[in-house]
Design a binder for this molecule. Structure first.
Ligand SMILES: *[C@@H]1O[C@H](CO)[C@@H](O)[C@H](O)[C@H]1NC(C)=O
Length: 307
């Protein structure tokens, strides 16, 4: 089976890389090894090539890999994929999901002190393992879409407030530092169009004695056109402008995509066609929003699973 997705994929990166350059022309390609193991290959102008090489050849420069503490996207899998990403000369983002299920915390009565120790050790090990095989992490994403917290029940914001989350994130940063991490840290929230959600999280998470603002280098947001009617481009623009002005951190759209087929679903921007051309329009529109943010704080787009 050969996928000829590359026509639109290359358009995305050509468009992103022309004129004003965002720093991160990225994609989350975590499922690549799984897809390949199912017999899929990729081609560029009829020539079969490794996906990461095609991406690179068309302007991509950064890859995000998700890492679970167990299961299909475990550390071993992430390490393997990271070798290919680095061999292609790209910037490596490791996205730690810190999932309840994966860390075995689901329903456990662990207290936050034990959990803090665990997360320090875990983050330290991850950073060491990627460095030891010659693929050091460039950007460490701590948690994935963490609007509701991390590591429930301790880090469940609606129950315990944001203080435990602030402490746990601080522990993760400390673990990375203890392993000599010198890259950037990234926090990632869902619903980038929803300023009140972003404001409430980032307005609360930086707490003296726990997580300090200086420990976080980048803010990432997801932005999808089909989960919520509020996810319009104009809402994204206003939300990210507020985010830039208030917290003054570099911003990336850390997950997004636009469909080529989406029957029965109302998209938030009905004027954009459901097609490869529509994907280009969507990405260009997001790029323009990022480029327009104050002080050059709009820095990248991570396309979701283009393979
Ligand atoms: C890690 O992931 C790989 C590939 O996804 C899988 O084959 C392997 O069994 C997993 N290992 C563990 C311990 O879960």
């Amino acid at each position: 089976m050969m996928r000829t997705l590359v026509a639109y994929f290359s358009l995305l990166f050509l468009c992103i890389s022309s004129s004003y350059a965002l720093k991160y022309h990225a994609a989350d390609i975590s499922s690549l090894l799984v897809v390949e193991s199912q017999g899929v290959s990729f081609s560029d102008n009829g020539k079969v090539a490794p996906f990461e090489d095609i991406m690179k050849a068309h302007g991509g420069n950064t890859v995000r890999i998700r890492v679970w503490t167990a299961g299909q996207y475990n550390t071993t899998y992430g390490l393997k994929l990271a070798k290919r990403v680095k061999a292609a000369g790209m910037t490596l983002i490791v996205d730690l999901h810190l999932s309840d299920t994966c860390s075995g915390r689901s329903g456990s009565s662990s207290n936050s002190f034990q959990l803090a120790d665990d997360i320090v050790r875990y983050t330290m090990q991850i950073v060491q393992q990627f460095a030891a095989q010659g693929t050091p992490i460039d950007i460490l994403q701590i948690g994935n879409e963490i609007n509701n917290g991390i590591l429930w029940p301790v880090g469940e914001i609606s129950v315990n407030g944001i203080n435990p989350v602030s402490q746990l994130l601080n522990s993760a940063v400390n673990g990375a530092k203890a392993a000599g991490f010198s890259g950037k840290t990234l926090l990632h929230l869902a619903n980038g169009w929803d300023w009140s959600g972003l404001d409430s999280f980032f307005g609360g998470v930086f707490i003296p004695g726990a997580l300090s603002a200086s420990e976080i280098d980048l803010i990432g947001v997801s932005f999808y056109p089909f989960y919520d009617a509020g996810a319009t481009l104009s809402a994204l623009e206003s939300s990210l402008t507020n985010l830039a002005n208030t917290f003054k951190k570099p911003i990336v759209v850390a997950e997004t995509d636009w469909p080529v087929s989406c029957p029965g679903v109302t998209l938030t921007e009905p004027s954009i066609p459901v097609s490869a051309a529509g994907q280009t329009t969507w990405i260009m529109d997001i790029k323009n929003i990022l480029v327009g943010l104050p002080n050059g704080l709009g820095q990248g787009i991570f396309y979701w699973e283009p393979g």
